[in-house]
Design a protein around this ligand. Structure first.
Ligand SMILES: Cc1cc2nc3c(=O)[nH]c(=O)nc-3n(C[C@H](O)[C@H](O)[C@H](O)COP(=O)(O)OP(=O)(O)OC[C@H]3O[C@@H](n4cnc5c(N)ncnc54)[C@H](O)[C@@H]3O)c2cc1C
Length: 482
């Protein structure tokens, strides 16, 4: 990691010119590091600073989910003795008494996203970064040109170039989004009324998050999954919990169902499955992955290698095949997370500008599926342990027996901890719970710092607390270790 702290920054790279293509976290975090190290930095951004992360993906979806979470709490409030106008009792759900104003929810989402984008712009300006507006491309490995937009025609000569252009939603040839009824995840925030029946095609993280959110907001949701279960890339037990919660809440989950076509007929949509079955709804979100924005950037001409999928090949310090050209974020396909994009961007600049740098470590990257309950994971997976790829011991504790979970009315979820067989070093974990995104941090720390299960077991936890189950899992792993 960089040894230079914000207060002790020294201009060690006065003459180095850095050009960055893309102002998402991969690009703007890199710009901040480069500026801190004294480089002359220019960022070229096409749509808005903060990138898709801030304007259309992470910030909007998590803001929407904040309202959905509140609605989920409301739905469970009767059990805790709360009554709502409309006369709900512990036996009758309060749904119906509380509704959302989707136009207001989405207006809040957009306002928050643009305020966050303005914050990113202000911070970059404060650090002396030159900002150019427009779509850029490489002109060889040492120059970036702005092709259109406000600053069209500008050319930036650079000693170091970082490409961090992100990715965009993949669409299906027979499911072209129209922005009104057939939507990508970027277009949902233009809806002013709650969809009556929302069909979500794709049960990966994005599909599951939107299905969960609109279900909690009161829409009827059908989730179409081409696989055996939702979240095929996640911990199988966690996915099973989520799928059973979805079904219990009244969501239609269609497994092993591949969508072949989505058509709009006036105010309705029809999804035709590969086996000929059809599903009718009022709206459809197509969430079937993303493709990198790397076409037409002049990468090949600059000597930058890309894979068949269009992702830029990078090593662990974000170098591409072209000397002086680095890449970060979703366009590299390393790990599609904002936190990873930001770290790749910082590492690129630490490396390029000669600061202390450690290669990217993916083993301790934590990630979360923001559903109710949330699913947070870090480190090695149970699938890797079961297949023998990692030698590990596993303890899984349901939250149903945790005192705090009972008090909070939490019925679904668990904690799972993995340690290395023999040494007892914590190598990973899974938390399925409300706010699992926060609860995973002690496990991430343990994985990052290679703590032993006994280190975790001997630390105090609050009584009563959900993290108490993590310490309990660590204690049980000690017994197994013996
Ligand atoms: C719905 C959704 C929810 C998500 N939630 C989370 C989450 O909760 N946590 C998390 O860590 N990750 C989340 N992700 C993933 C996260 O959004 C990405 O990993 C992250 O955006 C990658 O950052 P980036 O800098 O690579 O790209 P981006 O944020 O996409 O930024 C790239 C920028 O490059 C610009 N650009 C593209 N081409 C050009 C060009 N030719 N010239 C100039 N500029 C250009 C684009 O306009 C864009 O602003 C989510 C993704 C989605 C789809």
């Amino acid at each position: 990691m960089a040894s230079v702290s914000p207060t002790s920054a020294s201009p060690i790279n006065q003459a180095t010119r850095v050009a960055i293509l893309g102002g998402g976290p991969g690009g703007y975090e890199a710009a901040l590091v480069a500026a801190q190290l004294g480089a002359d930095v220019t960022v070229v951004e096409r749509d808005g600073l903060g990138g898709s992360t801030v304007l259309t993906d992470v910030v909007p979806s998590k803001t929407l989910i904040a309202t959905a979470e509140l609605m989920a709490s409301v739905a469970g409030a009767a059990e805790l003795g709360v009554r709502f106008p409309g006369g709900s009792t512990p036996d009758s759900e309060p749904a119906g008494a509380v509704t959302v104003d989707l136009a207001r929810v989405h207006a809040r989402v957009k306002a928050l996203a643009s305020a966050q984008s303005a914050d990113v712009r202000a911070r970059l300006e404060k650090e002396g970064v030159t900002l150019l507006s427009g779509a850029g491309a490489l002109d060889g490995p040492n120059a970036v040109v702005v092709r259109d937009g406000e600053d069209a025609g500008a050319r930036v000569e650079a000693d170091v170039v970082l490409v961090s252009v992100g990715a965009r939603p993949r669409t299906l040839p027979d499911a072209e989004p129209d922005g009104e009824r057939i939507l990508t995840w970027k277009q949902v925030y233009d809806l002013t009324e709650l969809p009556e029946h929302l069909i979500v095609v794709g049960s990966g993280v994005t599909g599951a998050e939107f299905a969960n959110a609109y279900d909690a907001l009161g829409a009827h949701v059908t989730l179409i999954s081409s696989r055996d279960r939702v979240l095929p890339g996640e911990d199988a037990d966690a996915a099973e919990v989520l799928e059973s919660v979805f079904r219990r809440r009244g969501m239609d989950v269609m497994s092993r169902s591949r969508a072949a076509k989505v058509e709009r007929h006036g105010d309705s949509v029809t999804v035709t499955l590969a086996d000929g079955r059809t599903v009718e709804g009022s709206h459809c979100i197509v969430a079937v992955g993303a493709i990198p924005n790397t076409a037409g950037l002049g990468l090949e001409e600059a000597g930058v290698w890309t894979s068949e999928s269009g992702h830029i090949d990078v090593d662990k310090v974000s170098r591409t095949s072209a000397r002086g050209v680095y890449a970060a974020g979703d366009c590299t396909g390393v790990f599609p997370l904002a936190s990873v994009a930001a770290m790749q961007g910082r590492i690129a600049m630490w490396h390029a500008l000669g600061d202390t740098v450690a290669p990217l470590k993916l083993r301790s990257v934590a990630s979360t599926v923001f559903t109710s309950p949330e699913i947070a994971t870090v480190g090695w997976t149970q699938a890797q342990i079961d297949s023998g790829e990692a030698q590990g011991e596993i303890v899984k504790l349901p939250l149903a027996t945790n005192a705090r979970a009972k008090m909070l009315g939490i019925h679904d979820g668990f904690v799972k901890l993995f340690c290395r067989t023999g040494s007892g070093t914590v190598i990973g974990g899974v938390v399925v719970a409300p706010r699992a995104s926060e609860l995973i941090f002690p496990v991430t720390l343990a994985v990052e710092k290679r703590l032993n299960v006994d280190d975790v077991a001997h630390a105090f936890t609050i009584y009563p607390s959900l993290t108490g189950s993590l310490a309990e899992a660590a204690r049980q792993l000690h017994v197994m270790g013996e």
